[in-house]
Ligand binder design. Structure first.
Ligand SMILES: [Fe+2]
Length: 436
C-alpha cells in the first residue's frame, strides 16, 4: 500500500522499457514522455481495435494467469465491465491475448481503460474515445512492415504517428515478421514473434489509444510469399485474430479470411486478405484474392456510391522487374478487378504496402474510366529498399515512414496525402481529388 497510481505506473513502465523494449530505445522514450501514462510506457501492450460511435474493442497482452480486471470509466463513474470477446492463452510464453468489447459509450468524450491486477491495484491506465464515424471529414494513417528489431524506430516512428493525431490507423500487412528470428519456422516461434512484436512497439504503450485495424501480408502469415497452401495458415489465422480482434460492430466487420470492411467519415474501407486464398506462384490463371472474396468486395461496394478505398498488403500496379504486384502476378484477376470497378457507381482509390518504399502513382483514366491513384505506404521500420523506387510514380520515399490521409467526402472526394518520417518531418504531400 502507499504506492500511488503514478508510482505504480512508473514501476511497471520502467520494467517494460528496461526489459522488453531495450535500453537504447528507453532513452528515446524520454523525449516524448507526454505520450505515455505517467511519463513512462504502459506496462501491458494494449490495442484499441475496431471501434464505432458507441463501442470499442481492446486487445490486451497480459501475463498468465490472466486474472486481471478491466474497467472503463468516464468522469470518474465506472461503467459496466467490458465483455470478453476472444482469448488465446500462450502458456509457453506466459502470455494471454484477451479481447474485450465495451459498449454503451458516446462519441466526443474521454474514457479511461484501467487494468487492475488480482489484488485490485492499478497495473495500467489509458485514455480512449469512440469514433464519431458520422463526421464527414477525418484523418487516418496507413503503415506497413514493422520489425521490432529496429528498436529505436519501433518507438520513434510511432511517436511521430501519435503526434499526427489520426482518428484511426490501418496497418496494411507485415504487422509482425513471424518468419524472422524464427529459425525453426514453427508455430511456437510464430507465437513468440507475435508476442515480441506486440511488446516491442511503442504504439501499444501510449496513454492515448487510437483505433487500429490490421490486415495481413506474408510475414504475418509466417512464410515469405506464403499462399493458401502454407502449412501453418490455420494457426497464423488464430494468432492474427487474437492479436487484432474479431468482434464486429456497426462500422466494422470481417469479410473473408482476415479481410474486413470499415465504414465511416462518408467512405468505405476494404481491407483485402491477399494470402488466405492466394494460389501458389506460377499457377496458370492463379488468383490472389480468390473468386469468393472478389464477389464479397463487389457486393459491398455495389451497395451505394460512397467512395471506396481498396486496401491490400501487396501492390496493384506493377510492371517493374523483380517486384510483386497483382498486375504482374495475377493479371487475369487484376483485369477482373479493374473491369468490375469501372462498372460500379462508387469512385475507388487503391492503397497498398509491402514494397519498403512509399509512393503515389497516378492511375490513368484508361484503367477505370476516371483518373485515380495508388497510394503505397511501406516500411515504418523494416529493411530499406535499395532499388529504383520512383519509376512511374508522382513521388516516392524509401526512408522509414508512414502516410496520413486527410479526407473529405462531403462534395468531391478530396484527399490530402502526406508521407511522414521520424521526428514528424514531412517527406512529400499531395492534394488530389477523385471523381467519376
Ligand atoms: Fe515487409
Amino acid at each position: 500500500m502507499g504506492v500511488s497510481r503514478r508510482d505504480a505506473l512508473k514501476l511497471a513502465g520502467a520494467a517494460a522499457v528496461g526489459g522488453l523494449i531495450g535500453s537504447d530505445a528507453a532513452a528515446a522514450v524520454g523525449r516524448n514522455a507526454a505520450l505515455y501514462p505517467g511519463g513512462v510506457p504502459g506496462s501491458w501492450p494494449i490495442v484499441q481495435g475496431a471501434t464505432d460511435r458507441t463501442s470499442a474493442t481492446f486487445i490486451v497482452l497480459a501475463p498468465l494467469p490472466a486474472s486481471h480486471a478491466l474497467e472503463v470509466a468516464a468522469g470518474g463513474i465506472v461503467l459496466p465491465s467490458p465483455l470478453l470477446a476472444n482469448r488465446l492463452d500462450l502458456p509457453a510464453l506466459d502470455a494471454s491475448v484477451v479481447e474485450v468489447r465495451a459498449t454503451g459509450l458516446a462519441p466526443g468524450r474521454d474514457y479511461t481503460l484501467t487494468v487492475r491486477g488480482d489484488d485490485g491495484a492499478v497495473v495500467d491506465r489509458r485514455l480512449f474515445r469512440t469514433l464519431d464515424t458520422g463526421r464527414p471529414r477525418g484523418r487516418f494513417a496507413v503503415a506497413s512492415c514493422m520489425d521490432e528489431g529496429y528498436r529505436r524506430k519501433a518507438i520513434t516512428m510511432w511517436e511521430a504517428l501519435a503526434h499526427e493525431v489520426p482518428d484511426f490507423v490501418i496497418l496494411l500487412g507485415d504487422a509482425c515478421y513471424a518468419d524472422r528470428r524464427n529459425p525453426a519456422r514453427d508455430e511456437a516461434g510464430m507465437a513468440r514473434r507475435y508476442v515480441d512484436t506486440r511488446r516491442g512497439l511503442a504504439w501499444f504503450r501510449m496513454e492515448r489509444l487510437v483505433p487500429t485495424l490490421a490486415v495481413w501480408d506474408d510475414h504475418d502469415l509466417g512464410g515469405d510469399n506464403g499462399d493458401r497452401t502454407f502449412v501453418h495458415l490455420p494457426f497464423a489465422r488464430r494468432l492474427f485474430d487474437a492479436f487484432w480482434g474479431t468482434a464486429p460492430n456497426a462500422a466494422w466487420r470481417r469479410g473473408l479470411g482476415v479481410g474486413s470492411r470499415f465504414e465511416g467519415f462518408g467512405q468505405r474501407f476494404y481491407l483485402m486478405d491477399d494470402r488466405s486464398f492466394r494460389d501458389p506462384t506460377g499457377t496458370a490463371g492463379g488468383r490472389q484474392w480468390g473468386a469468393d472474396q472478389m464477389d464479397w468486395l463487389f457486393e459491398e461496394i455495389g451497395r451505394d456510391t460512397r467512395p471506396a478505398w481498396v486496401m491490400n498488403g501487396g501492390q496493384y500496379f506493377g510492371s517493374q522487374a523483380l517486384r510483386e504486384s497483382m498486375e504482374d502476378d495475377q493479371p487475369a484477376e487484376m483485369a477482373d478487378l479493374l473491369a468490375r470497378l469501372s462498372r460500379v457507381a462508387a469512385p475507388a482509390a487503391f492503397v497498398s504496402g509491402d514494397v519498403h518504399f512509399s509512393a503515389i502513382a497516378a492511375i490513368g483514366p484508361e484503367r477505370l474510366g476516371y483518373p485515380t491513384f495508388e497510394f503505397t505506404s511501406s516500411s515504418i521500420h523494416s529493411t530499406v529498399n535499395p532499388g529504383p523506387i520512383g519509376r512511374g510514380k508522382l513521388v516516392a520515399e524509401r526512408r522509414h515512414n508512414f502516410m496520413t490521409f486527410d479526407v473529405d467526402a462531403t462534395a468531391a472526394w478530396d484527399i490530402r496525402a502526406r508521407c511522414i518520417l521520424e521526428g514528424g518531418v514531412e517527406s512529400f504531400a499531395r492534394r488530389v481529388s477523385i471523381a467519376r
